[in-house]
Design a protein around this ligand. Structure first.
Ligand code: PLP
Length: 359
């Protein structure tokens, strides 16, 4: 079986070059005689991999010395709880912007730890847009403002940040490294790896060092951001192989010319797909054009009785996992950094031919 174009929202396609390198190094990493999977996390070899991953990520995102890079376990969902557990000490509330399914989940978890002020929501618009930032009522005494700048399920993305003195905490799970960001504008950035970074099992957490003072000793150690930072993410055994693959993905991305270069490609990919959808009466995208995601492109067929056939025929054509999230239905093409332009062209060709046959 040859490789197909994989449009899964996560775990998502990884660059083929990365997988080949991992395969070549699988049995014997750099002459160590063992796989990275088999080596002690405290060995000098693994310590060098961890240091390399951090250094590459810092270069790719231009992360300043006033930030720590943590590799956290449990998935981005764990951070939905871990963030309020760490950052609300000494505060009465936290502000959350509700722009879709993932914001809502973060809100639900935060409510277990603190009073949550939902400062804006696009729920009434079926999460097809982003609230106007000038209408947000931010309590400047809150612990932080939480945002999700790319809603993976709804396909809604924004790049501007609300004006606030609060530390901005951002779930960048499905957009990290796909576009340039100014890290210094954030208090904390977190991202599950399984989209643009590597395999599932590790979460990137970039935290401004002054916020570490908020973590109290009554937190479980492996949940405590300050302890994680002090111990270089190694309070216990970290997900070593996932970190190793993240390092290979960062290396690959540097080879592509870095974030700015991949962003230019991502713009072209998304533009081609949205242009095609907009030119068709058979397919449509429900999102406000000002906030369409470059990473996750949901689309619906004019006749939803054709959905199952669309999935069946697209899979047969080597286009994998185009079904929309089970909560919203329709279709969704996730087109992260590893998806080449050729995959977009193949998808558009298939969609055009499908429309001809069944439209
Ligand atoms: N946040 C966003 C934006 C996501 O897309 C996802 C998963 O797809 C998550 C959080 C949850 O990630 P995890 O499954 O790693 O907990």
């Amino acid at each position: 079986m040859s490789r197909v174009y994989n449009f899964c929202s996560g775990p998502a396609a990884l660059p083929e070059a990365v997988l080949k390198k991992a395969q070549a190094e699988m049995l014997d990493w750099h002459g160590a005689g063992v796989s990275v999977m088999e080596m002690s996390h405290r060995s000098s070899e693994f310590m060098s991999i961890l240091a390399s991953a951090k250094a590459r990520l810092a270069r790719l995102l231009d992360i300043g010395d006033d930030y720590d890079i943590l590799f956290v376990q449990g998935g981005a969902s764990t951070l939905f709880a871990q963030i309020p557990a760490n950052l609300t000490n000494g505060f009465d509330s936290a502000c959350y912007l509700d722009t879709g399914a993932w914001s809502s989940k973060a809100i639900k978890e935060a409510k277990r730890y603190t009073k949550v002020d939902v400062v804006g929501s696009s729920k009434e618009q079926n999460y097809s847009t982003v609230p106007n930032f000038s209408t947000l009522e931010l309590d400047e005494n809150a612990a932080y403002l939480h945002i999700c700048p790319n809603e993976t399920i709804g396909g809604v993305e924004f790049s501007d940040l609300p004006e606030t003195s609060l530390p901005i905490v951002a779930d960048l799970s499905s957009t990290i490294l796909s576009r340039k960001i100014d890290v210094s504008k954030y208090g904390l950035i977190y991202a599950g790896a399984q989209k643009n970074v590597g395999p599932a099992g590790v979460v990137i957490c970039i935290i401004r060092k002054d916020l570490l003072a908020r973590s109290t000793d009554d937190l479980p150690s492996i949940w405590n951001f300050a302890h994680l930072a002090e111990n270089d993410s190694m309070i216990n055994t970290p997900p070593t192989y996932a970190i190793y693959l993240a390092d290979l993905v960062f290396e690959w991305l540097e080879g592509q010319g870095g974030v700015e270069a991949i962003e230019a490609v991502n713009i072209r990919k998304a533009q081609a797909l949205y242009d095609f959808i907009d030119s068709s009466k058979f397919y449509s995208n429900p999102v406000d054009p000002a906030f369409r995601s470059r990473m996750n492109v949901p689309f619906i067929l004019a006749d939803d009785s054709l959905d199952a056939l669309f999935i069946e025929e697209s899979e047969a054509a080597g286009l994998r996992t185009l079904a929309g999230h089970r909560s919203v239905g329709g279709m969704r093409a996730s087109i992260y950094n590893a998806m080449p332009m050729e995959g977009i062209v193949a998808l558009i060709d298939f969609m055009r031919a499908f429309e001809k046959r069944h439209g």
